[in-house]
Design a protein around this ligand. Structure first.
Ligand SMILES: [Fe+2]
Ligand SMILES: [Fe+2]
Length: 268
């Protein structure tokens, strides 16, 4: 359905590209708890250790965990469109980015599930998975700024930090197919998702706070400061270094955005 909607949105249908009909009708019907195919959903931090990829079981557990994250990420992209598109009077380009993002995540999920089937250890849904991304989605359901900052600029950027090690786990253990999938499809596309999050966070700040001006991004600048405040409010804990500076830079983040968040600030 995600792929079909993507084709419809970017196709020749004039009705789709006006941005309004789909989103406006569905704004009142946002689903708070989507149905998942997972046998057992657990609290974040309660998942069993998935290991270092040294066994077929461990590699499948990693693929299963990644596939679960991708399916949440796809739902999150649609949720952002439905929940915030009309409510925040977002321009057509916002819809373009998030329809693209949903299609990417849906494809990532399908590719990882297929890879899981090829490995033959478990099928998607047979292992437990956590719902951390959706918990954050609920906590940020009232604020597009918080949603963009936490889901796309923190969680997805964290994905960029750890993906190279995950690719290494597959490659070191002889699973070149999974390594290649992560390296050539998922990794570069995840960079574009972080970039979209940052793009729309800056857009909103410029529109609503700076009167349309996109200012210079120094540590003291308003947009970076606003980002830090929102992340400290909605993300529980400090960001975890080391950071993948190269991938983060490709997404548009200079270290002023994330390095100060590696230290937890306690309330006075
Ligand atoms: Fe993805
Ligand atoms: Fe993503």
């Amino acid at each position: 359905m995600t792929a079909e909607t993507h084709r419809w949105w970017f196709g020749d249908d004039d009705d789709a590209t006006t941005t309004t009909s789909y989103a406006r009708e569905d704004t009142q019907n946002v689903v708070d708890d989507p149905v998942r195919e997972i046998s057992r959903v657990v609290d974040p931090g309660q998942t069993r250790r998935i290991g270092n990829g040294g066994t077929a079981q461990s590699r499948s557990a990693i693929l299963h965990s990644l596939a679960s994250i991708e399916s949440w990420a796809m739902l999150l992209a649609w949720d952002a469109i439905q929940r915030f598109g009309v409510a925040r009077n977002m321009p057509k380009e916002f819809y373009d980015d998030f329809v693209e993002l949903a299609a990417d995540e849906g494809r990532h999920f399908a590719l990882l599930s297929r890879r899981l089937d090829e490995c033959g250890v478990v099928r998607f849904g047979e292992l437990e998975a956590h719902d951390g991304l959706w918990r954050t989605a609920k906590e940020t359901a009232h604020s597009l700024e918080a949603r963009l900052a936490v889901e796309h600029c923190v969680h997805e950027a964290r994905g960029l930090d750890v993906l190279p090690q995950t690719i290494g786990k597959f490659r070191r253990n002889g699973d070149e197919a999974s390594a290649t999938l992560l390296e050539t499809v998922i990794y570069p596309e995840e960079i574009t998702h972080c970039a979209s999050g940052l793009r729309w966070f800056k857009y909103l700040h410029a529109r609503e706070v700076d009167g349309g001006d996109v200012g210079e991004e120094t540590e003291e600048s308003g947009v970076v400061k606003a980002f830090h405040e929102i992340v400290r409010e909605y993300f529980h804990g400090a960001l975890k270094p080391p950071f993948n500076d190269e991938a983060r830079a490709k997404a548009g983040f200079t270290p002023v955005w994330y390095e100060p968040l590696a230290t937890k600030v306690h309330a006075q």
